[in-house]
Design a protein around this ligand. Sequence first.
Ligand SMILES: [Zn+2]
Ligand SMILES: [Zn+2]
Length: 418
Amino acid sequence: MAIQALKGFKDILPGESEKWVFMEETARRIFRTFGFSEIRTPVLEKTDLFVRSIGTSTDIVEKEMYTLIDRSGDSITLRPEATASVMRAFIEHNLQGQQPIHKLFSIGPMFRHERPQKGRLRQFHQINAEYIGTNSPFADAELIYLLMQILDHLGLLEIRLRLNSLGCPLCRPSFNSALQGFLGERQSELCPDCQRRMSTNPLRVFDCKVERCQELLTAAPTITDFVCRACQEHFEQVQKLISGLSIPIHRDPRLVRGLDYYTRTTFEISASHLGSQDAVAGGGRYDGLIRQLGGADMPAIGFAIGLERMALLLSSQEEWINRPFVFLIPLGAAAREKAFSLLTILYKKEIPAMMDYEDKSLKSQLKRADKVKSRFAAILGTEELNKDRILIRNLDTQSQEAIPIPQFLDYFLERYLK
Ligand SMILES: [Zn+2]
Ligand SMILES: [Zn+2]
């Protein structure tokens, strides 16, 4: 039997991969406009890195990490998210000493050993941004604007920005204890997961998918009533700036993120086509993370875009097919040699072209040109060759004309660049 891919791992095939290139190229272009540079880190890291940054009582570290012991007995983990690796590299190469502000992005695969279900893969892909060195609310607004610009250029409509503040180490403990008190009174009604979260990481109960838990939580205290003055002012300024950019805000005091390192501004973007649980992007501040990992005391904010979900939102496969512009159809050996030289001229000018080398009839070659959805067919028979001409057929309109071969390149340059 032929070997198949691992469960939860997916191939991205031609017709679909073009969509991925489009997403990545669009993001790269917009990152450049906003002054972001790409950083590429390895997919494997020491397990400790993720335990220390993401937090021991998160779902990721508790049950989703791809952790293995290598041949030298070290515990290593395939990265479940990007921020920890980027921060590790940032500290290790002392980027912090070189400039006060850093704008970094990365694109690549992440790995989580989740139960495979619809739309949840064990290898999934993200675009990540990290804006390091400023705690200004302007940076929060700029980063969210950057995210919206990327989604806008990808053609995503009907998106919703949910926004919350998670407070800071000064004010979150009082909220945590109020929440713990509230949950304690209802302990027996909570699901087993939430009963456990109650003591280890109470904020995480808001992410519970169990309906009964969600019902109980409608009456729970929210972080909004507990944030300190500085967090409050920061959050108000962020909202004012974002509103000034004409981006509608949905304040959601129950929005928490599945990682321990978030502080203050937290956000998610959901698209109405996907269910409410399915955010296409999300992020927030993590002002304490760099210091926690042994670096300087530098604030930072970032986001991640889920590319699998993003791809679902882009239009159907058809228009992503990599179409040739010209399909060359030689008839006979002499014509094939001439057509081959014309093909390489098109390649050199980066005009997408295609040609088969088998001795097939005009009809069967035209069929191929149709099948690969070429815009034009360029037909070269013995008669044309003798007259130094070539027959051009527009496959969209079926109109046809003969042109002198010396004009071949100019003919397509003019049409392709339009
Ligand atoms: Zn605070
Ligand atoms: Zn629950």
